[in-house]
Every structure is written in C-alpha cells, then in structure tokens.
Design a protein around this ligand. Structure first.
Ligand SMILES: Cc1cc2nc3c(=O)[nH]c(=O)nc-3n(C[C@H](O)[C@H](O)[C@H](O)COP(=O)(O)O)c2cc1C
Length: 148
C-alpha cells in the first residue's frame, strides 16, 4: 500500500482538523496514512513515504520558522519526485500554504492543486474539500506507482 505522511503546524487545532480530514480521504482511497504535528515527526522518516502533505497556519504574513526549517531539512534529505499537497488555516492573508507549495515545487515535488486554504475553523463543507484533496492525492499516487 502506498504511504502518505501528513505533517502540520497548528496552534489552535484548525490546520490539524484539515490534516485529519485529508487523512480520512486518503485512507478511503486505500493509502496508509500517518498524520502528526511536525515536532513529532523526524524528517528522516518523512522522506521514506511515497507522498507528503504539509500544512501550516499563517503567522505575521508568513510561515513560522520551525516548520520552515523542517521543510528545509526534508529538501536537504531529498524529496524530489514525490507527490504532495500544501494546506493550512489562516485569518486574513494566508501566505503559509502558498510558501509551502513554492518550497516543495522548487524541490521537485509535484504539488497537486488546489493549495488548500481555509479561513479559521473549517466547517463541514471545508472538511469535505479536505477530504476530496486526500482522495485526489491518493489517486495520483496510485497512478504514479502503476507507471513505475
Ligand atoms: C499572533 C497571530 C498572528 C497571525 N497572523 C496572521 C497573518 O499574518 N495572516 C493570516 O492570514 N492569519 C494570521 N493569523 C490567524 C491564524 O492563521 C488563524 O487563526 C488560523 O486559523 C490558526 O490556525 P491553527 O489553529 O491551525 O494554528 C494570526 C493569528 C495570531 C494569533
């Protein structure tokens, strides 16, 4: 079974809700999924997964340094040729998911659309959108593995 690592930074649980809804969608499409706060992940483990989803809420118009550094460590270890998604809850400007997508793409990751941003706490409809993204990601990963 293809494996997906979901890594997030969430201060009040909003991005965490998105992460768990993405996980649910991917599991429904038969991916093996591990979802955890970034400080519980070791980057060395994350790079062993077939796909990665990274989420962060936005602070001070950008991405907080600890998760930024975590992504840099992943890039250094090598994540090119993986499939990924970027997501996050935000309040008014929402730069973090865009920055995550940019960083992943420049490291060679195929980041699938949409880069998912939800304002504050996700509602039912928002969670369905996260679910959908998890399913789409799972389909893309399976397609890629079939070709290899
Ligand atoms: C101190 C502080 C700074 C923030 N700065 C921004 C910001 O620059 N842009 C933005 O879109 N949201 C900003 N927010 C809002 C958070 O991104 C938003 O509350 C988000 O839902 C938090 O999600 P989380 O629970 O996953 O951390 C800020 C919130 C706080 C508390």
């Amino acid at each position: 079974m293809p494996r997906l690592a979901i890594v997030y930074l969430s201060t009040q649980g909003n991005t965490q809700m998105m992460a768990e809804a993405i996980a649910k969608g991917a599991r429904e499409r038969h991916l093996e999924v591990d979802v955890n706060n970034f400080y519980e992940w070791d980057p060395k483990d994350v790079v062993n997964y077939d796909a990665i989803a990274i989420g962060s809420s936005t602070f001070y118009y950008t991405i907080l340094e600890p998760i930024n550094k975590f992504i840099d460590e992943l890039v250094e270890l090598g994540i090119d040729e993986k499939i990924g998604v970027a997501f996050g809850s935000y309040g008014w400007s929402g730069e973090a998911p865009v920055k995550i997508a940019e960083k992943l793409r420049s490291a060679g990751v195929t980041v699938i659309d949409p880069v998912l941003r939800i304002q504050y706490k996700p509602n039912e409809k928002d969670l369905l959108e996260c679910n959908r993204l998890g399913k789409d990601l799972a389909e893309k990963v399976k397609e890629k593995m079939k070709k290899e």
